[in-house]
Design a protein around this ligand. Structure first.
Ligand SMILES: Cc1cc2nc3c(=O)[nH]c(=O)nc-3n(C[C@H](O)[C@H](O)[C@H](O)COP(=O)(O)OP(=O)(O)OC[C@H]3O[C@@H](n4cnc5c(N)ncnc54)[C@H](O)[C@@H]3O)c2cc1C
Length: 494
């Protein structure tokens, strides 16, 4: 027996699930089923350690482990010891209890769209949450769904009843648990806050393997520590999410301005007038080494009362000749990002490195700092399909761990590179620039949205969370005393 195998067996952590695909399970002999873990669910059974071939016991499905060693960012690579595909929260509890015995690090993986290794665990255990994606119940104002489901799946199910979550991310291929772990921002955030503000209750398996339900009324400290808590205290297995009536159609206006100051002025006015159901915008490469400044506003409506385009364009002081208007069903509008995804996949750009930087800048100096950021970037560097997102948001979030600059309004400024990156040094250079820009953003009173690609120290995180740091640290001590969970952020050091 190898040392590695002995260590695992000693811990009772047999990693059966690493190779227990549902198809594979069906083919296994009955006498192989058994012993170590609680037989919590019908689908994922547990197998006696001795039965498991050594390679499999060490998470031997090479493909699963390779997939779980990378993320969308394609910058950081960490090889897990095992990959687990749970069939229930009890399976996750069993994994965490066993991991605790040998102090193995554990990370959940939703859809793997992190950009800097936040869902990876070097030599640890990765739990594939997408094996838990059942929709349990849809009521008049809520949905109960497993946290591994994507937002696209949630939307499909709720739209069938004329309902929608109040805040959807721009890209719906993210998992419910993955965005609740970071916040979840979307076009409707100025109206409805972050996705974490629209969570009614969560089922969580804590770092010590305890299965708890939390909400504002029940275990509120855990509820506050898990929402936007970067997965440091527990893994979300099931979420009860608020629903509202879904609009039928969306008319979307893209209007261009000559410079950043004009764009910001009109955006601020539009926000103040509450003119749109969704207000966003971006600075885009113009194809001639310069930039275009774009406002994007969306109005929800029902067929009987379409928006008055003349009034919209007049309010935006828009040049109608260069403006673009689209009109789609709510469903097609919400899924519009999928077209960009298909395009990027076809060009190989979906799998290229993505050293993206996401931030919120204070309203008072948003243009000044963004101009500085643009001064450090060239349109070529961002890539013809890349962008610097730029739009104001009203702070209506009541999630304690969502960080926000002082003041009610902040600008969401995201540097989104979409280009092939010829070699490792060019990625390293982009990361170094992210650090430089992040330091400038902090000095300006801004904060990062913690899905950015840059290395962070525990001191950086303490500064990031500010007054909320002690609450998060205390919850970590209580709910994950061995510090097993989610090493990829380096929040508490190793
Ligand atoms: C193309 C693209 C578009 C994006 N658009 C938006 C957007 O519009 N709005 C926005 O807010 N963000 C956006 N993001 C960022 C995205 O929200 C985060 O990266 C999110 O964490 C990814 O979700 P995921 O399911 O892929 O999570 P993963 O990358 O798999 O995981 C993210 C983190 O959450 C943890 N985690 C995963 N599942 C769980 C769980 N069930 N319980 C506890 N912790 C868990 C992981 O361990 C990891 O630390 C975008 C990212 C990409 C790549």
């Amino acid at each position: 027996m190898t040392t590695d195998r002995r260590t695992l067996l000693g811990a009772g952590l047999c990693m059966t699930a690493a190779f227990a695909s549902r198809a594979g399970l069906a083919a296994m002999p009955a006498q192989a089923q058994g012993c170590e873990w609680p037989a919590a669910s019908g689908e994922l059974r547990h197998y006696a350690c001795d039965w498991i071939p050594a390679a499999a016991a060490l998470g031997g499905n090479v493909e699963d482990r390779a997939a779980a060693s990378r993320d969308f960012g394609n910058i950081v690579q960490k090889q897990p010891r095992a990959v687990v595909k749970p069939a229930s929260a009890a399976d996750i509890s069993a994994v965490l209890r066993a991991a605790g015995k040998s102090e193995q690090k554990v990370a959940a993986r939703g859809q793997g769209h992190s950009t800097y290794g936040r869902a990876l665990a070097e030599d640890g255990v990765v739990i594939e949450m997408n094996s838990l994606d059942t929709i349990h119940e849809i009521g008049a104002d809520r949905i109960v769904v497993d946290a591994g489901a994507t937002w696209a799946r949630v939307l499909d199910a709720t739209l069938a009843k004329g309902l929608t979550p109040p805040v959807l991310t721009n890209y719906l291929g993210l998992s419910v648990g993955g965005t609740i772990a970071v916040g979840g921002i979307g076009g409707s955030t100025s109206r409805h806050g972050m996705q974490t503000d629209n969570v009614l209750a969560l089922d969580v398996v804590t770092g010590s393997g305890e299965q708890l339900t939390c909400s504002r009324q029940s275990n509120p400290d855990l509820f506050d520590a898990v929402r936007a808590g970067l997965s440091q205290c527990g893994l979300i297995t099931r979420a009860t999410l608020k629903l509202v009536s879904a609009p039928k159609r969306v008319r979307r206006y893209q209007v261009f301005y000559p410079d950043l100051a004009s764009l910001a002025t009109v955006q601020r006015r539009a926000l103040q007038d509450d003119r749109f159901d969704q207000l966003q915008g971006a600075i885009l490469p113009d194809g001639k080494s310069g930039w275009r400044y774009q406002l994007e506003g969306a109005l929800f409506y029902d067929a009987a009362s379409p928006p008055d385009d003349n009034a919209v364009f007049a309010a935006l002081s828009a040049n109608r000749e260069t403006s673009v208007t689209t009109d789609l069903s709510f469903h097609d509008d919400a899924l519009a990002f999928a077209k960009l995804e298909a395009l990027l996949r076809s060009k190989g750009l979906w799998s290229s490195p993505h050293p993206w930087l996401f931030s919120f800048l204070p309203n008072v100096n948003a243009e000044e700092v963004t101009e500085e950021i643009l001064g450090h970037l060239s349109a070529e560097e961002i890539g013809p399909l890349g962008r610097v997102t730029f739009y104001p948001l009203r702070h209506v979030s009541g999630t304690p761990l969502v960080r926000w600059p002082n003041g009610g309004v902040a600008f969401c400024v995201n540097v989104v590179h979409i280009q092939p990156f010829p070699d490792a040094p060019s990625v390293k250079q982009a990361l170094a620039k992210n650090r430089l820009l992040y330091d400038r953003i902090r000095r300006a009173g801004g904060v990062q949205y913690p899905v950015s690609a840059l290395p962070m120290t525990p001191q950086d995180w303490e500064q990031h969370f500010g007054p909320a740091w002690s609450m998060l640290s205390e919850a970590r001590r209580r709910y994950d005393p061995l510090g097993l969970l989610t090493p990829g952020y380096n929040l508490f050091g190793s």
